[in-house]
Design a protein around this ligand. Structure first.
Ligand SMILES: C[S@@+](CC[C@H](N)C(=O)[O-])C[C@H]1O[C@@H](n2cnc3c(N)ncnc32)[C@H](O)[C@@H]1O
Length: 215
């Protein structure tokens, strides 16, 4: 058993790949520290079959791919996002930054990477199959989304699989945010717009900041 504090931070993959892919404000949606934790966890557990849910622009996907390439071992990774278009910029496809990295930077991969864009996990989990030993779950930060995905993936996880959740300590989303959405009746709207992949960033940030203020 490895304690969470024993996972060595690895800042290298992000520093290596990020300057080479298109720069987009606020992407990746993880801090340097969070990316370093994720890369350190990948290097510690050396997973063979990885599932990423919540891709957005794909900067974190590119960082994960860089980490797996650096490990130098065969791997299989699947990246799932419900939105066909990048939710911050509808002129781009979800995952476009990782697509750029694959086409222009990383060359022939040691492993396989597949995007499942425009789909939710239950639609494609049978196709992805079992023996998943590492998951990165970073979607709406709002109940019940992550819980439902977790239930959907559970039978497909290998015993001892590692599941990394993003933003579990984000009070905006998990406490006041959630209440805020429900109280103002925005919850249905958020889910609906997100399912359609058409939530404008300005609207998303407006609701986020209102929720953080408890308004
Ligand atoms: C916070 S962003 C992901 C950020 C990304 N992991 C990063 O580090 O840059 C959340 C993404 O999850 C997607 N999403 C929301 N609900 C989802 C669901 N149920 N299944 C798959 N993707 C979902 C959204 O379309 C959005 O692109």
């Amino acid at each position: 058993m490895i304690h969470i504090n024993e996972i060595p931070l690895d800042f290298e993959p992000r520093r290596k790949i990020l300057p080479k892919i298109p720069a987009v404000p606020d992407e990746p949606e993880m801090s340097e520290f969070e990316s370093a934790f994720l890369c350190g966890a990948l290097k510690t557990f050396r997973p063979k079959k990885i599932l990423e849910i919540g891709v957005a622009g794909g900067a974190t996907t590119a960082i994960i791919l860089q980490t797996l390439e650096d490990l130098g071992e065969p791997y299989e990774i699947h990246s799932v996002d419900v939105a066909e278009k990048f939710y911050c910029d509808q002129s781009k496809t979800s995952g476009f930054m990782a697509m750029f990295a694959k086409e222009k930077i990383l060359g022939e991969l040691r492993g396989t990477h597949e995007f499942h864009i425009g789909k939710v996990l239950p639609q494609i989990i049978d196709e992805i199959g079992g023996d998943i030993d590492f998951v990165i779950l970073d979607t709406v930060h709002n109940l019940p989304s992550e819980v439902l995905d977790f239930i959907a993936m559970l039978p497909y996880l290998k015993v001892g699989a590692v599941v990394v959740l993003h933003d579990v300590s984000d009070k905006k989303f998990l406490s006041s945010g959630y209440r805020g959405f429900v109280q103002r009746g925005d919850c249905g709207k958020i889910f609906e717009l997100r399912r359609a992949g058409s939530l404008p960033l300005s609207e998303y940030r407006r609701v986020q900041s209102q929720s953080a203020d408890g308004r």
